[in-house]
Design a protein around this ligand. Structure first.
Ligand SMILES: [Cu+2]
Length: 239
């Protein structure tokens, strides 16, 4: 039995150490999406190991201490008070340590999500029943979101009608978009491509149609698009 306990303890220590070592990696600009994936994998690994250890212990005890005939009343050795407390507290402490460790990493990641990099480009997002509008300034407004690769982008979001929620699964970001308030998310597009964004707060009849593309364009492509769009907007403004 002490062997099982020490094995569990060994697993927990191993998790703490590898987790701490990995947390020090990185540097440059944080990538919320990568951080999210990392934490997700870590939680899955943790609960799998803990589940397997406990599953094995449970099966072992079911077989080892099963009733051999219907009149069996069992004859477990009495535990002293200290032993009973230790058996309850030590495994609980191991789990709690892992839980605290994971929540600490969760808070660290949350700080990454909430701290917008200084060099972030701002795009205003408005959620309407039932479409999205993206405002890049100087009269440039689109219904698909264009972002440059390699540049952090902060989305400042609001709505004139009801509560929506802006979700870009590929970037692991989601935030409510509502009247009378400006909420924000920031993303760090790393690879060119077309991704989906969608409304994830039921907002009326055509809610399910309230999705659009997120186009991550290479820098030069984005810049020339924006220059052109600004020129067009200026032309229109002149009438
Ligand atoms: Cu909506």
């Amino acid at each position: 039995m002490t062997k099982i306990l020490s094995t569990i303890y060994g697993f927990a220590c191993g998790l703490l150490l590898t987790g701490a070592a990995r947390a020090e990696e990185g540097g440059e600009l944080p990538d919320p999406a990568a951080g999210w994936d990392h934490l997700w994998r870590e939680i899955i690994i943790d609960i799998t190991i803990i589940g397997v250890v406990f599953g094995i212990a449970a099966i072992y005890m079911m077989i080892r201490y099963r009733a051999k005939n219907p009149n069996d009343v069992g004859s477990a050795p009495k535990l002293t008070k200290a032993q009973a407390i230790a058996w309850a507290m030590i495994p609980a402490a191991i789990f709690m340590a892992d839980d605290f460790f994971l929540s600490a990493k969760g808070w660290t990641l949350w700080n990454v999500y909430r701290r917008v990099p200084d060099n972030a480009m701002e795009i205003k997002v408005t959620g309407y029943q039932w479409y999205w509008e993206f405002d890049y300034g100087d009269g440039v407004v689109t219904n698909e979101l264009n972002v440059p690769v390699g540049q952090p982008v902060v989305l400042r979001m609001t709505s004139p009608d009801v509560i929506h929620s802006f979700f870009i699964p590929a970037y692991r970001v989601k935030e409510d978009v509502m009247p009378g308030r400006v909420t924000y998310i920031w993303i760090n597009p790393r690879t060119p491509g077309t991704f989906i964004s969608t409304c994830t707060e039921y907002c009326g009849t055509a809610h399910s149609g309230m999705y659009t593309n997120v186009n991550a364009l290479v820098r030069e492509e984005f810049d020339s698009w924006l220059v052109e769009a600004k020129a067009e907007a200026a032309e229109e403004a002149k009438g």
